[in-house]
Write a protein that binds this ligand. Structure first.
Ligand SMILES: [Zn+2]
Ligand SMILES: [Zn+2]
Length: 325
């Protein structure tokens, strides 16, 4: 196979140095380097991503796309598929900081209401001693002060592992949505009934004995089809869903075909991804243009043997391909 050309390298470099990038930004970089518009060259775009992933896979990196579940925006990033926390969070974070991060994401994904957030106070009250890594310097955990926790939250928000929500609570950052796909799966975070991605921030079936949860943007895609009954796909309970007027006319078909890059579904969805990451999902009925989100999901390349980000039993193994030094 011919090596990657400078155009591929520019795309990778943009994600490494500036990523994760919003879909629109990444597509415009693609247009800049190829001289081809994304809208009329989606196949070329997908070919680029596939080729990049072939090469990145040799060093256990992967270019992938994900949705920010709070605002439904699509982001692209390069992630490290060797899932030990040292290689993911780099040398920037200390062991107690990483344990604190793990505690926060565990609390967030365990939220039974699937709001996908935690209050600042509850985050600060997370006890590192409970993080199940008893062999790892418990004294450093005990000495981890409130102000260190506050500072760590700020750093994690800055690096997009966490995000500040508009209501002052803390949610997962885009980097976590990109990076934790296997971790969500291994930790049995309930999946969205429509797209099968973890339902960290999702709407719950109104029937309390039913476990179905669906992302708001997946609900929109599903229920905006005129013929579709607004009922839970699991238990058949009426699902209270008010459609914005602009939605009904746009969604005339449901092309849930396979993407070129992996087993995940390709979804057609209307999003408004131009807002800030903290913004709420678009519920104001603004007309939004239709777009196709292609998940760059390369899980087929061996996610089953991919270890969890949070090594409950496993010690970190050194990754020779570390990004951060
Ligand atoms: Zn979904
Ligand atoms: Zn249900």
């Amino acid at each position: 196979m011919p090596p990657l050309c400078w155009r591929h390298h520019t795309l990778i470099q943009a994600l490494l140095s500036r990523g994760p990038l919003k879909e629109s930004e990444f597509q415009s970089i693609f247009s800049d380097v190829t001289g081809k518009s994304f809208d009329s060259h989606q196949q070329l775009f997908n070919d680029y991503l596939r080729k990049i992933n072939m090469e990145l896979s040799y060093v256990q990196f992967e270019l992938r796309a994900c949705r920010n579940q709070y605002d439904s925006g699509v982001y692209y990033g390069v992630i490290n598929t060797i899932a030990d926390e040292q290689s993911k969070l780099g040398s920037k974070y200390t062991v107690p900081q990483i344990a604190f991060y793990k505690g926060i994401i565990e609390a967030i994904v365990q939220d039974p209401a699937a709001q996908g957030t935690i209050s600042n106070i509850n985050a600060l009250n997370i006890r590192l001693e409970n993080q199940g890594t008893s062999s790892q310097v418990p004294t450093a955990f005990k000495a981890f002060s409130m102000s260190q926790k506050e500072k760590t939250i700020q750093e994690l928000v800055h690096d997009q592992w966490l995000c500040d929500m508009s209501d002052g609570r803390i949610g997962l950052g885009v980097r976590s949505f990109l990076d934790l796909r296997s971790w969500f799966h291994n930790n049995e975070v309930p999946a969205c009934d429509v797209c099968n991605e973890a339902g960290v921030k999702a709407d719950l079936c109104p029937n309390e004995s039913c476990t179905v949860r669906i992302h708001k943007y997946c609900l929109q895609a599903k229920f905006s089809q005129q013929r579709m009954e607004k009922v839970c796909p699991g238990c058949g309970t009426q699902w209270p869903y008010v459609m914005a007027k602009s939605e009904a006319v746009e969604e005339d078909d449901t092309d849930v075909s396979q993407p070129p890059l992996g087993p995940a579904m390709r979804k057609r969805q209307k999003t408004s991804s131009n807002g800030p990451p903290e913004s709420q999902p678009p519920e104001n009925g603004q007309p939004s243009r239709r777009r196709v989100a292609v998940k760059v999901d390369y899980d087929g390349a061996g996610s089953s043997q991919e270890p969890s980000l949070v090594p409950r039993t496993r010690r970190a193994t050194r990754n020779s391909a570390r990004l951060h030094r």
